[in-house]
Structures are given as C-alpha cells and as structure tokens.
Design a protein around this ligand. Structure first.
Ligand code: CO
Length: 150
C-alpha cells in the first residue's frame, strides 16, 4: 500500500466526470488499498478516486460506524428519504466547512472490489457521506450545494 497525494481545489480533475470501472483486477485493488491508507492518514470520512487523480467511479467511506471502511465501485443512489442539514467538509478543500442540505436516509447500489453487486442504506452522517462522495464522481463539490449565507 502507498499513500497518494490528495488533489486540492482548483485542479480541473475535480470537475470531471468519472468513467465506470470495468476491470475488477489487481490494479483496482491497489487503488482501493492506497485510498484506504490515504483516507486513514488524512482522518477523513470519505475519499473519491478523482481526489487521488483517478477518473474512475470508485469511492471509499469511513464514518467510524459498524460498517468499517466501505468500498463502493460504480455506485448509484437508488432511494432517498427525508432531509438533514449539517456541516460538511472535504479533504480537497482543507479548512472549508459549510452547511449543506442532504437527504436523511440514502440507499446506494454498488459493486464490491470483486464486482459483486450489493445495496446499502445509510442514515445521518453515512447518508451525507454517500451523497458527498458520489457527487465527486460527477465533478460536483459540496461548495456547489451549500446554502447561501452560511
Ligand atoms: Co470531498
């Protein structure tokens, strides 16, 4: 495993749309392992592949709950419920913290590192992390979604 450099705001790569993963191979596993190490070191709640310079639909999330580190390949939001408003930050925008409205409950469908499909429902912080990280795959940042005057 190796630490990867986290791309910071201002880099065009954060604004690009990511391509789906088609090969569930060693290269993907190395990327995931590196992202795990990078996220742990940065003490963040989530990391998307474009944040380490890879335009691939790969996300990892760790909100320190019973799920541990969640790996999402080609994730899609299939259901949302309710609304929550709370503070949000991003490893690519250090020091920025803003109120963002997100759904309270979010169900995602994704593949694991071997290509097996699964669904997972998260509430609260996990739901927020799903939305934030999946946005990264579309080139969307949380500052695009913040409420004015916060
Ligand atoms: Co982010």
């Amino acid at each position: 495993m190796a630490l990867r450099e986290i791309v910071k705001y201002g880099d065009d790569i954060l604004r690009k749309k990511c391509r789906p993963v088609t090969a569930f191979d060693e290269k993907l596993h190395i990327l995931l392992d590196d992202m795990r190490e990078t996220l742990a070191k940065a003490e963040g709640a989530g990391l998307a592949a474009p944040q380490v310079g890879m335009l691939r639909r790969v996300v990892i999330i760790d909100v320190h709950d019973k799920n541990g580190v969640i790996e999402l390949i080609n994730p899609e939001i299939i259901e949302t419920e309710g609304v929550q408003c709370g503070g949000e930050g991003c490893l690519s925008l250090p020091g920025e913290w803003h109120e963002v409205e997100r759904p309270l409950k979010v169900t995602v469908k994704a593949q694991d590192r071997d290509g097996k499909e699964f669904t997972l429902t998260g509430e609260g912080l996990l739901a927020r992390a799903f939305c934030h990280e999946l946005d990264h795959l579309e080139g969307v940042l949380f500052i695009d979604r913040m409420k004015p005057e916060t």
